[in-house]
Design a protein around this ligand. Structure first.
Ligand SMILES: [Zn+2]
Length: 87
C-alpha cells in the first residue's frame, strides 16, 4: 500500500521539504540538520524515535550546528510538526 512521503523529522519535527521517507515508507537516510538524527536509523521504531527525542531535548533541544538555526526559530512550533504516529 502506498502512503504519503514524510518530510518532517520524526525526532525533532524539522521540515524543510526534503523527503525523509518515501511513499513506501522506506527511509532515505537523510541526516536532519537540526537534531542530527538519520532518517531510518533513530526514527525507524517508535521507541527509538522517542528515545532519540528525549536525548536531544535533554541536551537542550538545539540545532546540531548552532549557526544554522533559522532566525525566529521556535522549538515548540517545530515539535508540533512531528507526525502524530511518532510522538
Ligand atoms: Zn530532526
Amino acid at each position: 500500500m502506498e502512503g504519503k512521503t514524510e518530510t518532517a523529522c520524526r525526532i525533532c519535527g524539522y521540515d524543510d521539504g526534503t523527503v525523509l521517507y518515501d511513499k513506501y515508507g522506506c527511509a532515505l537516510f537523510v541526516i536532519c540538520p537540526c537534531c542530527h538524527s538519520e532518517a531510518g536509523v533513530e526514527g525507524c521504531r517508535l521507541s527509538g524515535a522517542r528515545e532519540a527525542r528525549k536525548l536531544w531535548l535533554a541536551s537542550g533541544g538545539k540545532w546540531h550546528s548552532p549557526e544554522c538555526t533559522p532566525t525566529g526559530w521556535d522549538l515548540d512550533k517545530q515539535l508540533a510538526n512531528i507526525p502524530a504516529a511518532w510522538r
